[in-house]
Design a protein around this ligand. Structure first.
Ligand code: SF4
Length: 269
């Protein structure tokens, strides 16, 4: 094929594309995409340049203030056993505690022990937890974890970090929730979306690159918060993240730890 012929063909193709582009209607979606996102007042994450000692002292004051603000904060997921807490925590991923608490009364009555979950059919369990979202993956995790609990732990949820982490679908966050909330053991700090975000804003983490870096955030918090308070601290931070330090628009003007937070913004209208 001659180069002239190729050039003509290419020109025709380009012209066809241009015409198609001109004809393409402007959909609502494309308008939305082009529009600027609504203005929010997310505070910037501030590098305080503090020494470890000063940061630790400030973290202690934040903890004291959270205790004054929230009193005995605890896990919001309804449960009466370690197994129920395990199942509820798995269900809470990408869902709200309120939604999980709506599903679990019927679920817990239907599946009284680990064997009941392990022996449930995929279809049935998927159907029972569908409204929590991501129900296929959650069904896989619950059935897998319960199968191992039956086969290797005599039907009882294990009470050590190493054993919990062996259960399918259980990572450090879930293990920390169970150990801290049910077994009363402070083996780590729960780092969920709220704890991650607030730790960044309050500059209580220096190893993490962003609020999704849960493992590094947890390590930093464990160095700064007294061990006896690890579980409490996470529960109080979760409450503070839900009620005051909201993801899109933190309410700094009414925040009880504003004087200790380097990301505080003055006006939160
Ligand atoms: S002052 Fe309070 S609400 Fe504002 S960013 Fe800091 S912790 Fe969040």
């Amino acid at each position: 094929m001659s180069s002239r012929h190729s050039a003509t063909k290419a020109t025709k193709k380009t012209s066809k594309r241009t015409k198609a582009a001109k004809k393409r209607p402007t959909t609502k979606r494309s308008v939305k995409k082009a529009a600027k996102p609504p203005a929010t007042k997310k505070p910037p994450v501030v590098d305080t340049g503090e020494s470890d000692t000063k940061r630790k002292a400030r973290a202690g004051k934040i903890l004291d203030q959270l205790k004054r603000s929230y009193g005995p904060a605890t896990c919001a997921l309804s449960h009466t056993s370690a197994l129920e807490l395990l199942v509820a925590t798995i269900l809470s991923a990408q869902s709200t505690d309120e939604n999980v608490n709506r599903i679990t009364p019927e679920l817990f009555a239907k599946y009284p022990d680990a064997a009941a979950y392990a022996n449930a059919t995929v279809d049935e369990l998927e159907n029972d937890i569908r409204s929590s979202g991501f129900f296929r993956q959650k069904t896989k995790s619950i059935r897998g974890a319960c199968r191992m609990i039956v086969d290797e732990f005599g039907g009882q949820v294990p009470d050590s970090m190493d054993d919990l982490l062996r259960l399918p679908g259980v990572a450090r966050k879930t293990a920390n929730v169970i150990l801290g909330t049910w077994f009363g053991r402070n083996d780590g700090v729960v780092v969920d979306t709220h704890v991650g975000r607030l730790s960044q804003r309050m500059s209580l983490t220096w190893r993490s690159k962003n609020d999704k870096d849960a493992v590094k955030i947890e390590r930093d918090l464990m160095e700064m918060i007294p061990r006896d308070d690890w579980t409490y601290f996470a529960h109080a931070m979760i409450l503070h993240g839900r009620q005051v330090c909201l993801a899109r628009k933190p309410r700094c003007a009414s925040c009880s730890v504003a004087t200790l937070c380097p990301s505080a913004v003055e006006d939160d209208d």
